[in-house]
Design a protein around this ligand. Structure first.
Ligand code: MTE
Length: 323
């Protein structure tokens, strides 16, 4: 997915937050500690046991994977977030320049309730859930991550989309002063993603606000990013500022950039290779045999293992054509 490498310089965060918003934000973050208790085997793999805050208990969660989670340090230092550079280490180095508080989200299109909403009005702390999802990157690596977030369908329903809303498009913040990578056309900014409405209303997608029980770091898409576990990682758009309910299939960044390589659906599918590499297996980052070992490979699962919940969405479709 690499296109161009920018030069380096730094920016400073210079905005203060009104006290009311600050307090509300603290409530969202406080809401991350839904279930305090013992750390489960799933979450034990963090190499950073001294992270301040609550320990999560995923034992009652329907969404868990009985494998060690990818160490926190790796989850937060090996990322794609091209707005901060195309190197995997760039987001952790440069995303601190992103101002995430206050944050508002514009809602447009075919819905009864549209307008600009403060993040605090969209995310209800009591609706946040803990779910462990495997995220499979199109570049044939995967991570297992304990997320915290609100199910996307709950948030979208609140805007009362009309019957004309066939798709939903998401837009990432575009602010060159805060996002050094956007000063070069690595992609056509802003970053865009989309889902068909029935995909978006499925129970699996999360609007994530946290990971490992803590506020989501900027390099992972603060303050709000999508997680769509049965699709390649690039569908999981970060730092969302706009949600549009639309009638036609919306533009998405990677399809615009290389339509032969990246489709709108982008469902994880081991049977359909990327034109330049196989999708049959994946490298497990931070897996048993270490970061780069060839032994930490696993076969890729159809729909990334979430077929029970999502295969019916594609009944009758030719997944080779609608890739
Ligand atoms: N969102 C934005 N705005 N910009 C990006 O470059 N990269 C995508 C996705 N979301 C990207 C993005 C890709 S390619 C992947 S693999 C995931 O973010 C990586 O997210 P992670 O932080 O969970 O590893």
């Amino acid at each position: 997915m690499l296109i161009r490498r920018p030069k380096s310089w730094e920016l400073k965060e210079n905005q203060t937050t009104p006290e009311k918003l600050y307090m509300n934000r603290r409530q969202i973050i406080a809401g991350l500690g839904l279930a305090s208790g013992a750390v489960t085997s799933c979450a034990q793999a963090t190499t950073k046991p001294d992270i301040p805050g609550r320990k999560l208990d995923f034992s009652s969660s329907k969404y868990k994977i009985d494998e060690p989670s990818t160490p926190y340090d790796l989850v937060t230092s090996y990322n794609n977030f091209y707005e901060f550079g195309t190197d995997k280490s760039d987001p952790a180095k440069y995303a601190h320049t992103l101002i995430t508080d206050p944050w508002s989200i514009e809602v447009e299109g075919h819905a009864a309730k549209t307008g600009t909403f403060a993040l605090e009005d969209i995310i209800r702390p009591e609706e946040q859930e803990e779910r462990i999802y495997r995220l499979r990157c199109v570049e044939a690596w995967s991570m297992v991550i304990p997320w915290v977030g609100v199910p996307l369908h709950k948030v979208l329903a609140r805007f009362e989309p009309t019957s004309k809303a066939k798709y939903v498009q998401f837009v990432t913040k575009f602010e060159p002063k805060q996002m050094r990578g956007t000063r070069w056309p690595a992609l056509d900014w802003p970053y865009l993603e989309g889902l068909r409405m029935d995909e978006a209303m499925n129970e699996l997608p999360l609007l994530a606000t946290g990971l490992y029980g803590h506020e989501i770091p900027k390099q992972n898409g603060a303050p709000l990013r999508l997680v769509v576990p049965w699709k390649y990682g690039f569908k999981s758009i970060k730092s969302i500022v706009k949600i549009r309910f639309v009638e036609e299939e919306p533009k998405t960044s990677w399809k615009k950039s290389a339509p032969r390589e990246y489709g709108f659906y982008s469902n994880v599918n081991p049977l359909i290779d990327h034109p330049r590499w196989s999708q049959a297996s994946e490298r497990v980052l931070g897996g048993a045999a270490g970061f780069n070992s060839v032994f930490s490979r696993r076969p890729t699962d159809m729909f990334n293992g979430y077929g029970d919940a999502v295969a019916s969405l594609y009944a009758g479709m030719d997944l080779k054509r609608d890739y």
